[in-house]
Write a protein that binds this ligand. Structure first.
Ligand code: SF4
Ligand SMILES: [Zn+2]
Length: 388
């Protein structure tokens, strides 16, 4: 990692580092390069199954296949501030390797027998020709259509053009595209996430997906870097409201710290605390009316979208956490809400740490420092004040 003395903060009289340099530095370290070369390109990164729900709400199981790929083209040229996918990629993966990985996954799960849904993740965009050979894109689309599986793929916005979707739906007429929008706010996309696209490009992508009758899943990020807990809570509710009508599902990902990222560095310097689980509960309670305007629950008539919050590494220091003693219970309630859509899941949840969380929010609203005020984030005061 770059030595701290190389970080030229405002007021030091030197040119500040670009966010691009901060993002790229760890990917070029010897440990990252050695790790890349250690992967077997003919086997998928991982294959597993989870309980899920079909678009009409019917419970089912989903097979998730995470392929070992060359990674994301945006990462090659810059990259998002929290993205640790570069840890799992190899830059020499071929079309044959991908077909071998796919065959491996199908064999392992007996042609996905018994699983109505198949999620194919590529640490980037499946429909991006620079990352994934067109022949392999076609194999995935065709196989899932022929096996009659509900296919979910991930994509950035710029690939979702009319021409590309015309081609994809000629092979598989019905699938879901999950887009990592992260924030419906151009300033946050640019300065906190370094996303490389704007809300306008998401608007365009969604219009094209709707025109092709494809389902839309929107990922939002809870608490990107350089944002206080209070801001994260207030912003996330606005973003959910902004995308709810145009998303079949909204999946809010509370920040978890992945190795070698900008957020990892902030975390190590005590300049970032992953979100409180209480904030996620508060977000769900305040955003619920945008999902169920009449106060209903999932499967009821007033449902506009489905709100899913899955706290990865919940209760751990690198994931969303509370005090340590109530975490398990709160994580379980949040995950139950993703299925039921009922606010009753949170009834009776209490812990002494809730008061501490409330105090931190109140303080952050009174003195809005970008790095926040919470105890684990009390960085050296000079750095805190100079923070962007
Ligand atoms: S677009 Fe997605 S895969 Fe690409 S750098 Fe950003 S988070 Fe990572
Ligand atoms: Zn607690």
């Amino acid at each position: 990692m770059t030595d701290q003395s190389n970080l030229h903060l405002l007021g030091q009289g030197k040119k500040g580092l670009r966010i691009h340099d901060l993002v790229k530095a760890p990917a070029n370290t010897p440990w990252a390069k050695a790790r890349q070369q250690s992967w077997d390109a003919s086997e998928p990164a991982t294959v597993y199954t989870t309980p899920e729900a079909l678009p009409d709400g019917t419970p089912c199981t989903a097979a998730t296949v995470i392929l070992r790929t060359k990674g994301c083209h945006w990462w090659w040229s810059s990259g998002c501030t929290f993205c640790g996918y570069f840890n799992d990629t190899r830059d020499d993966v071929t079309n044959e390797d991908l077909h071998a990985q796919w065959a491996h996954a199908k064999e392992k799960l007996n042609n996905f027998d018994g699983h109505a849904m198949v999620k194919v993740y590529t640490s980037g965009s499946l429909l991006e020709d620079r990352e994934i050979p067109v022949e392999f894109q076609e194999t995935v689309l065709r196989d899932c259509a022929e096996l009659e599986k509900e296919l979910i793929v991930e994509s950035r916005c710029e690939q979702l053009t009319e021409a590309k979707l015309e081609w994809a739906t000629s092979i598989n007429p019905s699938f879901t595209v999950a887009i990592g929008l992260e924030a419906y706010d151009d300033e946050v996309l640019r300065f906190h996430v370094n996303k490389g696209f704007s809300t306008a490009s998401w608007d365009r992508a969604v219009k094209n997906l709707e025109a092709h009758n494809l389902r839309i899943k929107t990922y939002l990020m809870f608490k990107p870097p350089f944002m206080s807990e209070a801001d994260a809570l207030d912003h996330s509710i606005k973003w959910i409201e902004a995308v709810a009508q145009r998303s079949d599902e909204i999946s809010v990902n509370p920040m978890n710290i992945q190795r070698g990222t900008v957020i990892d560095r902030l975390h190590r310097h005590n300049e970032y605390r992953p979100p409180w689980l209480w904030s996620l509960v508060a977000m769900i309670e305040r955003a619920h009316p945008f999902i169920h305007p009449k106060g209903g629950m999932n499967g009821e008539e007033d449902q506009v979208s489905r709100l899913i919050v899955h706290p990865t590494a919940g209760g751990k220091i690198r994931g969303s956490h509370n005090c340590g003693s109530c975490d398990g219970e709160v994580v379980a309630a949040i995950e139950r809400y993703a299925v039921s859509g009922s606010l009753l899941e949170f009834e009776g949840l209490e812990c002494e740490c809730k008061e501490k969380w409330q105090t931190e929010l109140m303080l952050e609203r009174q003195l809005p420092l970008p790095l926040g005020l919470s105890k684990p984030r009390r960085a050296p005061i000079l750095n805190a004040l100079r923070s962007p």
